[in-house]
Write a protein that binds this ligand. Structure first.
Ligand code: GSH
Length: 236
């Protein structure tokens, strides 16, 4: 059994989707982010970075793993699926996974912070993060013009990128001109395991579509952004 520490966030839902796809037994512990549970000492023992997701694998001497990309690689290797074993195929997946972890996630995350959450609207900063997000999405679109999935076959790289790309509108970036990306978003969204995974604990897109829920998310995200400028474990 695997315990997944997660919340209704794109990084958390990468892991519930992968667990559903791989058919691995898990229980979800929903971390109360607005209440600051991710900064409690017991959780910092599991993830020193004080963020979701993290997992504990009870079938592997309670191995603890943080960073969603590292968790995806671990789960795919454990199950022997969603990650090719040949050198070129495996490298293709790790490239598009790293592309998400170092590019799409951080850029879209900062676009959200400056466009949606912080009260000061600084145009040059917003343009920088939205422009870089759009550029990265264009790179994905060009790749998806050549192949059905990012690394040829459906893999953890698709799961990682999909969880973020679907939230492009929240970051203020539109993709009407990126037809291959839109095709890929739709195809992956139809997978039964993906539908089950994004329901843990709740589909974020559905929440954001509801104005009062979206406002509650903006408010708690704003508080988290301000609180988390301090290192984990410290008090302000
Ligand atoms: N690079 C990390 C990022 C994790 C991350 O930023 N998680 C966010 C949710 S998507 C979080 O836990 N935020 C809570 C906070 O900022 O206190 C990963 O991919 O696992």
């Amino acid at each position: 059994l695997i315990t997944l520490y997660t919340a209704a966030t794109p990084n958390g839902q990468k892991i519930s989707i992968a667990l559903e796809e791989l058919g691995l037994a898990y229980e979800a512990h929903i971390v109360d982010l607005p209440a600051g549970e991710q900064r409690e000492p017991w959780f910092l023992e599991i993830n020193p970075n004080g963020r979701v997701p993290a997992i504990v694998d009870h079938d592997a001497s309670d191995l603890r793993i943080f960073e969603s990309g590292a968790i995806l690689l671990y789960l795919a290797e454990k199950a022997g699926r969603l990650l090719p074993t040949d050198t070129a195929g495996r490298s293709g997946v790790t490239q598009w996974l790293m592309f998400q972890m170092s590019g799409v996630g951080p850029m879209m995350g900062q676009a959200n912070v400056f466009y949606r959450y912080l009260p000061e609207k600084i145009p040059t900063v917003i343009n920088r993060f939205q422009g870089e997000t759009k550029r990265l999405l264009q790179v994905l679109d060009r790749q998806l013009a050549k192949a059905e999935y990012l690394a040829g076959v459906y893999s953890i790289a698709d799961i990682a990128n999909w969880c973020w790309v679907r939230l492009h509108h929240w970051a203020g970036v539109e993709i009407d001109d990126l037809q291959h990306l839109r095709r890929w978003l739709g195809v992956i969204g139809e997978r039964p395991a993906v539908k089950r995974g994004i329901a843990v604990p709740q589909d974020i897109l559905a929440k954001l579509a509801n104005e009062s829920e979206a406002e509650a998310i903006r408010t708690s995200a704003r508080t988290m952004v301000v609180t988390n400028t301090a290192p984990p474990g410290s008090s302000l």
